[in-house]
Design a protein around this ligand. Structure first.
Ligand SMILES: [Zn+2]
Length: 268
């Protein structure tokens, strides 16, 4: 049985994790499917009106108020920020160069944008804390998932044993092909992990160059389990954005023209 559902409502489609739906009286969430496109850091400004409409449709379907959206200006950092009493909005000054958001406050909709990168949604049902983190290959390398959980523990008193982490659609090992420079970088950083041979594999040879495939999802899962998250609390939808390009935006497929999916999560 799948661990997610695809919901069609209000003229749009989105993915939801069954594990988080168990708590839908306290937490709402969704990951958008095409044709929703919330724009990149660059393209957002030219399509603002359409983006706000898409956010409104998603939020209305979830019975949330889209005026409470917090969307950071993501730049592949490992910067995670607690959302307290800042004004909501898209790319506001207080949320520049931020790639992860945490809050324990109600009605603050944390929105992360992705096209191939991993959206990690966290929820602690005991302390009622949520987080939403953008972990592309750079964020994965910088261990932003580790940093997010660390902040949930240090700043909000979460117990790692209670934290649920849902892993959204992203580019998977099947399509995340890199050259020697990147694979060496990852090998150096993660060679202490016992499953390093599952994380990095030799791929095809192209123009006499050996390619490598990296499993960034497995890195995140391994790091989170080492921190003490329970295996059954790490829920991976298993979807590759390149394999499922008709449903999700993919940077590998569309390059600069790629749209963005959004994962949103809010306490109510
Ligand atoms: Zn794939």
């Amino acid at each position: 049985m799948e661990n997610y559902i695809i919901k069609n409502d209000n003229g749009i489609s989105y993915l939801q994790f069954t594990k988080l739906l168990e708590y839908q009286d306290i937490v709402k969430h969704a990951i958008s499917l095409k044709p929703i496109d919330i724009g990149s850091n660059d393209t957002f400004y030219n399509k603002q009106e359409a983006v706000y409409k898409d956010y409104e449709k998603m939020c209305t379907s979830l019975e949330l108020d889209y005026n409470n959206i917090y969307r950071p200006y993501q730049t592949h950092t490992d910067n995670v920020k607690n959302v307290e009493n800042e004004k909501p909005g898209i790319f506001t000054d207080e949320f520049r160069e931020i790639d992860g958001l945490i809050t324990n406050k109600k009605n603050k909709i944390l929105s992360i944008s992705v096209a191939d990168c991993i959206d990690l949604m966290f929820f602690d049902p005991v302390k009622n804390v949520i987080a939403n983190t953008h972990s592309g290959w750079q964020g994965t390398y910088k261990l932003i998932s580790h940093k997010t959980v660390e902040k949930m523990v240090d700043n909000y008193g979460c117990d790692v044993k209670n934290i649920i982490c849902c892993i959204g659609p992203s580019i998977r090992k099947c399509h995340f092909e890199v050259e020697r420079d990147v694979s060496d970088k990852f090998y150096e950083k993660f060679k202490h992990l016992s499953n390093i041979d599952d994380i990095i594999s030799k791929g095809k040879i192209e123009n006499e160059k050996q390619k490598y495939n990296i499993d960034t999802i497995l890195i995140n899962k391994t790091v989170l389990m080492q921190m003490g998250l329970k295996e059954e609390n790490i829920v991976d939808c298993g979807l590759c954005t390149v394999c499922n390009r008709e449903k999700f935006h993919s940077y590998r497929v569309d390059k600069e023209l790629a749209g963005r999916n959004t994962g949103i999560i809010a306490l109510i």
